[in-house]
Design a protein around this ligand. Structure first.
Ligand code: URA
Length: 253
């Protein structure tokens, strides 16, 4: 759960239907068949109200498997290249990396911001609208770090241009907020920015006559993409992970 809201209760059939387990009628049938079990005892009555305790997924099983994460979940995903952050575009979508049932959830999981199809790295998803807005709100100034590979060697003045707060992107009317550049090699660098303008990193380098050939996001706030999270894998975030997104907490696991 992403918040410390007080425990509320919900009808079992509604809870499971909203988590994508089927229609309320199908869930009634599952319950009658003894396939929904709470604390070891079958729940035959799907009309029954259940307290949404954070530990419910550890106590309730459906067809022998632990309940999916309750509403209010946040995920970190290692986005691979070639998948799109969209619910409806053609081709492979990030939502296709989640279990099929998770795609039926109501409220739906959505990405917190987007990465381009040809950008890899740390992508957050949530069904919690308030959390989503907290992360993307300009007021929160959550930083994002990208590892960039360039077509041409850096000249040396790019860091000052990005830091100046005066760089204009093509077709825009407001200059970019300052961006930090760390040069690793002549054609490899990291940029850290707090805005999230469309194709921002690629357009920043295009604005100064270079071209991004590979882009990977490895950090949001103080949350690093875990080294053991392979491309295409995801993980449910805990309170410590969320605190790191907002800049607090250690970056140790
Ligand atoms: N900037 C880009 O150009 N692309 C991304 O995916 C993210 C930031």
């Amino acid at each position: 759960m992403t918040g410390k809201a007080k425990v509320v209760s919900v009808r079992l059939d509604r809870l499971l239907a909203n988590l994508g387990y089927g229609s309320r009628r199908e869930i009634q049938m599952l319950a009658r068949a003894g396939k929904v079990v709470l604390d070891g005892a079958p729940l035959h009555d799907a009309d029954r109200r259940i307290a949404l305790d954070p530990d419910l997924p550890a106590r309730l099983t459906v067809t022998g498997k632990p309940l999916d994460p309750l509403p209010g979940v946040a995920l970190m995903l290692h986005k691979p290249l070639g998948v799109t952050c969209s619910h409806k575009e053609a081709g492979p979508l990030v939502y296709g990396l989640l279990p099929p049932r998770w795609r039926q959830r109501e409220p739906a999981l959505s990405t917190i911001g987007r990465l381009d199809k040809e950008t890899s790295g740390l992508l957050l998803l949530t069904d919690d609208g308030a959390l989503l807005h907290r992360v993307i709100s300009p007021k929160a100034s959550v930083s994002k770090r990208y590892q960039v590979t360039l077509d041409r060697p850096l000249r040396g003045d790019e860091g000052a241009i990005f830091a100046s707060g005066t760089l204009m992107l093509d077709g825009e009317e407001k200059p970019l907020l300052p961006v930090t550049l760390e040069v690793h090699e002549p054609t490899r660098a990291a940029v850290t920015l707090t805005e999230g303008r469309y194709h921002q990193v690629r357009r920043m380098f295009a604005a100064i006559g270079n071209h991004v050939t590979a882009l990977h996001r490895d950090r949001i706030g103080a949350l690093d993409l875990p080294a053991d999270l392979e491309p295409g894998q995801y993980r449910v975030m805990g309170e410590g992970d969320l605190a790191r997104v907002f800049g607090s907490g250690s970056s140790d696991p």
